[in-house]
Design a protein. Structure first.
Lengths: 120, 212
């Protein structure tokens, strides 16, 4: 995981646009947030391997970053992105981590479905 | 009680650390331990500090961490059920309970460890406990192994009463903390700064026997 380099993210967003892609979109406080008193409400939402086609995808901000994908009938949006996997050349794996390293938000885009038990 | 075969049914890699000292003692006394871990904890928030795991790499990293922790504890037989993290309660409960029952029939445990349904805090823990209890309840009453449950809710004493079993694991607490620390991505969350306070917190393991 490296700090986001917006120009390289933009390159991947351009590369993946105009075709059906699989996305993983997630935001979470963690299941224990209310139990530990870190938040008043423990909340999580994610969607794995939803297929979308976007006509325009842009990264914005000075860090943490925002990404918006314009689809035929709406949008995909993520805010708070801080890190990405810089070893990926054909898919985007980005996330927002808090100062403790904990994941708060994730956005991933690929031409193939993500596996939750992927081999290295 | 001198169990020969133990079955542990928990939801995420690192859950076994909660009763790590008790399991180590069983292993040292020669018991064989089979551990059903329902998920790989792939939706966990802790990715190392600074973060070194991604959503994509986390499951394989956690599988390796689980292997190391189990070696330290003395768990020889790990069964990954491959369910998706956070989704245990949305699976067909009867079907998962049947898979647990098959393992019970195969390894014939004299003692089972799981979460106390309704006292797990994490929904996966509650579902895990409920599925295990469902599997054991299918057996004839005289064939049901003693089932000891972990309760994590603040109100557990008020609802369940005093634990049936309070195990002081002070003499092996360092090894227990080492096994917890094998989960490197989760390490900071689980242990905070390694301190006397951390050590004290892990000295006692409390379990409630489920009454069918």
């Amino acid at each position: 995981m490296k700090s986001i380099e917006p120009a390289r993210i933009q390159q991947l967003l351009d590369q993946l646009k105009g075709q059906e892609v699989y996305i993983h979109l997630e935001m979470t406080t963690g299941a224990y947030a209310a139990h530990r008193g870190e938040a008043k409400l423990a909340a999580t939402a994610f969607i794995t391997n939803a297929t979308v086609t976007y006509s325009q995808g842009l990264i914005a901000g000075d860090g943490p970053y925002r990404v918006g994908l314009k689809t035929a009938h709406g949008w995909v949006f993520a805010q708070g992105l801080t890190h990405w996997d810089e070893t990926e050349t054909s898919r985007l794996i980005a996330a927002g981590h808090d100062p403790d390293g904990k994941l708060v938000v994730a956005l991933q885009i690929a031409q193939e479905p993500f596996s939750s038990h992927e081999e290295d | 009680m001198d169990p020969k075969q133990i079955l542990v049914v928990l939801a995420h890699p690192d859950d076994e650390g909660i009763i790590g000292g008790t399991l180590m003692e069983h292993a040292q006394q020669g018991a064989k331990i089979t551990y059903i871990c329902l998920t790989l904890g792939e939706m966990g928030r802790n990715m190392g500090k600074p973060p070194f795991a991604t959503r994509v790499s986390l499951p394989m990293i956690r599988r390796q961490e689980l292997k190391e922790a189990c070696q330290l504890i003395g768990i020889q037989d790990v069964r990954e059920f491959g369910l998706h993290d956070k989704m245990v309660e949305f699976e067909d409960q009867e079907a998962v309970a049947d898979r647990v029952r098959e393992v019970i029939e195969e390894v014939k445990p004299d003692l089972i460890y799981t979460f106390y349904p309704g006292h797990g805090v994490h929904p996966d823990h509650d579902a895990c406990g409920a599925i295990t209890i469902r599997a054991v309840a299918k057996l004839p009453a005289d064939k049901r192994p003693v089932t000891r449950c972990i309760a994590m809710t603040p109100g557990s004493y008020a609802v369940l009463g005093q634990p049936d079993f309070v195990n002081d694991v002070s003499d092996i607490v360092d090894l227990k903390i080492q096994a917890i620390g094998a989960h490197k991505t989760q390490f900071q969350l689980m242990l905070g700064n390694y301190s006397q306070e951390t050590k004290d917190r892990h000295r006692h393991e409390r379990l409630w026997v489920y009454r069918f």
